[in-house]
Design a binder for this molecule. Structure first.
Ligand SMILES: C[S@@+](CC[C@H](N)C(=O)[O-])C[C@H]1O[C@@H](n2cnc3c(N)ncnc32)[C@H](O)[C@@H]1O
Length: 230
């Protein structure tokens, strides 16, 4: 298991990020607008304000008050598997922190990003015009993918807060993943949880933590899951 460092580049952004994460952890939803500006005023990360606004609108779907940091994004990109000609799919692109590292390893025409939130999907389309951004629900992945992609997917990166979802939805999403992945391949899931964010046995999965991004705020783990061989 690798540990990744890096992250907040200056003291102001570190303080803002820690304060934001603290509020996220206690689930404080109704924040006044001046505080909102304080928490999101970071010249180096213009997507953070948009992310925060969408979190206020839908905290459970977003799952975090701040987007992932660079250290986690790098850990994710270093752990993907993608052979020439294969696609990589990102679930829940948000403002594109993870996408920004994936495009360094995957040809843009082979990267597909799902984002349910219309404002965030619009932001991603503008920021990554060469990447296929699908505004839609990942539980309908097979129906929404362009022709020729299902079955030719090397790896899926999942940023959706799966821990907050009911068992039946977790099952539908993971089954959907294996219906489009190449046989024998895995998906990556990042989480703030100290434990597996998915009930492996109930979902028929085998999984292990492959990285821990200490510099992410809050620190995040990266898990790799495969289908349990029967
Ligand atoms: C924790 S945020 C992660 C965003 C980004 N990947 C990052 O790491 O900063 C989860 C994202 O998943 C999106 N999302 C949640 N449920 C979804 C679903 N069923 N289908 C597609 N996107 C979804 C949310 O709108 C949000 O942008």
């Amino acid at each position: 298991m690798k540990a990744y460092s890096g992250g907040a580049s200056d003291p102001q952004s570190a303080i803002m990020t820690i304060a934001s994460a603290g509020i996220s952890l206690v689930g404080f939803r109704h924040i006044s607008s001046p505080l909102c500006w304080l928490l999101t005023m970071d010249q180096n990360n213009p997507g953070r304000l948009l992310f925060f606004k969408r979190w206020v609108a839908n905290p459970f779907r977003l799952g975090s008050i701040v987007p992932s940091g660079k250290a986690l994004a790098r850990a994710v990109a270093q752990n993907i598997q993608c052979e020439p000609g294969e696609y990589v799919i990102e679930y829940g692109g948000g403002t594109g922190t993870i996408t920004s590292e994936l495009v360094k390893k995957v040809p843009p025409e082979k990267l597909i990003v799902f984002e349910l939130d219309p404002d965030l999907a619009r932001h991603l389309k503008k920021a990554y015009p060469q990447v296929t951004v699908i505004q839609g629900d990942v539980s309908k992945v097979k129906d929404l993918l362009p022709p020729g992609v299902a079955g030719n997917v090397g790896c899926i990166v999942c940023g959706i807060p799966m821990l907050l979802l009911p068992d039946a939805v977790q099952l539908a999403i993971t089954e959907g993943m294996f219906s489009v992945l190449k046989p024998g391949r895995f998906f990556l899931q990042f989480t703030y949880s100290w434990f597996s964010p998915l009930p492996r046995e109930r979902l028929g999965l085998t999984g292990k933590r492959v990285a821990f991004a200490t510099a992410n705020v809050p620190p995040a783990s990266l898990w790799r899951y495969e289908r349990l061989k029967s």
